[in-house]
Write a protein that binds this ligand. Structure first.
Ligand code: HEC
Ligand code: HEC
Ligand code: HEC
Ligand code: HEC
Ligand code: HEC
Ligand code: HEC
Ligand code: HEC
Ligand code: HEC
Length: 444
């Protein structure tokens, strides 16, 4: 009895002593060297130790090693390393995810110089503002200094469309924060919310307002977000996150790293249009919904969305665009963006409130669809855009251009009739009666 006890204790002690060695056996000798020094940066080492990569023997050296001659290769205490671990590097072990990410709009997000917003950032704002703003979301064009270190005006940066020294595009760390590189973290809406928020694309706020966001907060701990398999309706069923709808697997679809795969509309352009192969993409998104909703619910939801997009396009975006084009053609305002007040008004009409309305409709955020959306669009269109067009025409001595605008785009369109002729007096009487009965108040 005593002897077997001793043997068991002995074995246990030997096992305990071997444990670190077993764990280290997976760590390459190069990585072991990195860690010896980098224990002085304990956060980095601990994050890595808690990652799946550490379990699988993917260490510092396996990711950061570089070849001499690469523009960002640095001599580093006897090793050749680079700071940036680009999609090409990750892609050696994760080719499928890398190919999809590289083909997505995310990878092209760094290409913003020659856009209207680019002019706004670079010229109206200034380069340092672009570095701490636009580029932190869209991605910088990373430049290297002669010793392989990175030009501080272009890095730190993990923008989703970063242009890397090796020519590859994107940053996997945009969503998979280093050095955990965890899929659990990337599945959470906060990961997308670094970029997808604010006045011009408030997906994060819309999601928080939606039933889906409410359910996410209520049942976050029951969503099995650490699971290897994370299939909507099977591994979790309470709520979808951004990842569920745009990236993650369903019983019928694998994970995709191309976030455009399930989008049938472009809801961020001045006038919304269908994406290429939109029917297939629509079917992909509807398949996600069908994990938790019936087909009539989903089809009707999409009808409401499509109707809202059509209203935005036909009532506001198409006429506003045509009116501004006419003002430019007739020489009332200049061709340049942002050098006439009405350019700003027009920009916000589609880029701010116009997107909020469409995004609110697409992701079930009624306050964004209406109060931050269609309400602001209408207010802008009728009380700023049209009056500014009138003023600009008068200032330019071309009042006939405004008359033409009114005739072509407003007076002949039934949806704008109220603006010209006023509201229907019968409707006004009904409204008056309603208020008198409801609040016992006289209303003018
Ligand atoms: C002899 C100690 C030592 C060794 C060995 C070492 N490092 Fe470092 N490393 C440092 C120090 C110190 C820094 C902080 C920046 C500096 O002073 O150069 C650093 C910085 C870095 C940086 C960031 C560079 C920057 O400019 O921000 C990376 C990436 C890095 N090390 C990776 C590695 C990898 C990968 C290995 C193993 C192949 C490794 N290091 C081995 C000491 C070391
Ligand atoms: C799975 C690949 C991977 C592994 C493993 C890895 N890194 Fe990194 N590391 C990255 C990525 C990606 C970045 C972000 C660089 C960028 O794109 O800006 C980074 C950045 C860094 C930086 C510079 C950023 C900073 O915050 O100062 C240091 C230092 C660093 N790593 C050290 C290490 C060390 C030490 C280890 C091992 C304990 C390690 N890395 C393991 C991928 C990796
Ligand atoms: C907080 C992060 C963030 C900042 C800061 C930011 N953007 Fe964006 N930008 C986005 C996101 C997210 C989208 C995609 C919106 C969508 O699809 O709803 C986007 C869309 C765009 C688009 C449209 C791209 C297309 O394919 O239609 C352009 C152009 C653009 N941004 C340029 C800029 C410029 C220039 C700046 C700075 C002046 C800037 N952005 C600042 C996150 C940001
Ligand atoms: C837009 C955010 C985003 C970006 C950028 C991104 N990922 Fe992911 N990734 C995710 C999400 C979300 C998941 C979890 C999907 C799921 O539900 O299983 C994931 C999962 C993964 C997985 C686990 C796959 C599995 O089936 O276990 C790998 C590996 C991966 N990503 C690699 C990459 C690489 C490599 C890159 C860069 C080329 C990258 N990711 C860029 C969001 C992103
Ligand atoms: C040397 C090969 C190698 C490299 C390089 C590498 N990985 Fe991995 N990665 C792995 C392995 C192996 C796993 C575990 C996969 C599995 O178990 O199916 C993994 C797992 C992952 C996961 C899932 C982690 C989880 O939550 O379980 C993500 C996300 C990921 N890698 C992202 C990246 C990113 C981003 C890079 C580049 C910065 C990268 N990897 C570089 C080999 C690599
Ligand atoms: C670091 C910033 C950043 C993060 C993090 C990010 N995105 Fe994006 N996303 C962008 C930008 C910028 C664009 C616009 C790209 C363009 O068209 O130039 C975009 C575009 C998109 C699009 C439109 C794609 C298309 O093909 O039209 C979708 C959908 C999207 N993101 C979803 C997500 C989801 C879901 C996540 C989180 C899992 C996420 N994004 C994380 C910055 C980001
Ligand atoms: C319940 C599913 C669902 C959830 C959850 C969800 N989305 Fe969406 N998202 C959609 C649908 C549906 C569309 C419009 C699809 C289409 O174009 O056909 C959309 C559109 C988008 C677009 C494209 C906008 C454009 O300019 O064309 C972006 C970007 C986006 N979502 C990001 C996010 C982010 C970030 C989150 C989380 C904060 C999120 N989504 C949560 C379903 C969802
Ligand atoms: C993981 C399950 C799940 C997925 C996937 C899912 N939903 Fe939902 N959704 C729910 C639940 C649960 C509710 C709450 C129902 C209620 O209001 O009682 C809900 C509510 C809604 C509502 C009602 C909003 C309101 O305020 O009344 C709409 C609209 C909706 N979902 C649309 C969609 C669309 C479109 C998709 C696919 C793009 C989708 N959902 C994907 C679970 C899901």
């Amino acid at each position: 009895m005593k002897r077997t006890g001793l043997v068991i204790w002995g074995c246990l002690l030997v096992c305990l002593a071997l444990l670190p060695a077993v764990a280290l056996a997976k760590t390459s000798k190069e990585t072991a060297k990195c860690i010896e020094c980098h224990n002085d940066m304990p956060g980095v080492v601990k994050q890595w130790q808690a990652s799946t990569h550490a379990d699988k023997g993917v260490g510092c050296y396996e990711c950061h090693k570089a070849n001499k001659g690469e523009s960002d290769a640095m001599d580093h205490y006897g090793f050749t390393v680079s700071i940036i671990v680009s999609p090409l590097d990750c892609g050696k072990c994760h080719p499928k995810e890398t190919e999809q990410a590289t083909n997505s709009h995310h990878a092209k997000a760094g290409d913003i110089i020659n856009t209207q917003d680019g002019l706004l950032g670079q010229t109206v704002g200034g380069a340092p503002a672009v570095n701490v703003g636009c580029r932190q979301c869209h991605g910088s064009i990373v430049k290297t200094l002669p010793d392989g270190s990175l030009d501080p005006t272009t890095w730190p940066n993990t923008g989703v469309g970063r242009v890397n020294p090796d020519g590859s595009k994107g940053s996997c760390a945009a969503c998979h924060t280093r050095h955990r590189f965890s899929k659990e973290q990337a599945r959470k809406p906060e990961s997308c919310g670094k970029c997808h928020l604010g006045p011009d694309h408030p997906q994060k706020e819309i999601y928080e307002e939606s039933k889906h966001g409410i359910l996410y907060r209520a049942f976050e701990d029951e969503l099995n977000m650490k699971n290897d398999s994370w299939i909507a309706g099977k591994d979790y069923y309470d709520a979808p996150t951004c990842a569920t709808c745009h990236l993650s697997a369903t019983p019928n679809q694998p994970v995709t790293h191309d976030v455009g795969d399930r989008l049938a509309w472009n809801l961020r352009s001045p006038i919304s249009n269908r994406t290429a192969n939109w029917e297939k993409k629509l079917a992909g998104m509807q398949d996600v919904c069908s994990a938790c909703h019936g087909a009539p619910f989903v089809v009707s939801f999409y009808q409401q969305l499509d109707d809202a997009v059509a209203l935005y396009n036909n009532k506001f975006a198409i006429p506003a665009t045509a009116i501004r084009d006419l003002l430019i053609k007739e020489g009332v305002i200049t061709k340049g963006n942002f050098d006439d007040k009405i350019d700003w008004t027009y920009f916000e009409l589609w880029h701010h409130e116009g997107r909020r309305a469409r995004h609110g409709a697409a992701m079930s955020g009624p306050d964004y669809a209406w109060w931050h959306g269609f309400y602001d669009i209408a207010k802008n269109f009728y009380t700023e855009f049209l009056p500014e067009a009138k003023e600009a025409c008068e200032k330019a001595g071309k009042p006939e251009v405004y008359e033409q605008i009114m005739k072509t785009y407003i007076e002949s369109q039934p949806e704008h009739e109220w603006f010209v002729k006023g509201f229907d007096p019968k409707r006004l009487d009904e409204i008056k009666k309603y208020y008198e009965e409801r609040y016992h108040q006289k209303v003018q």
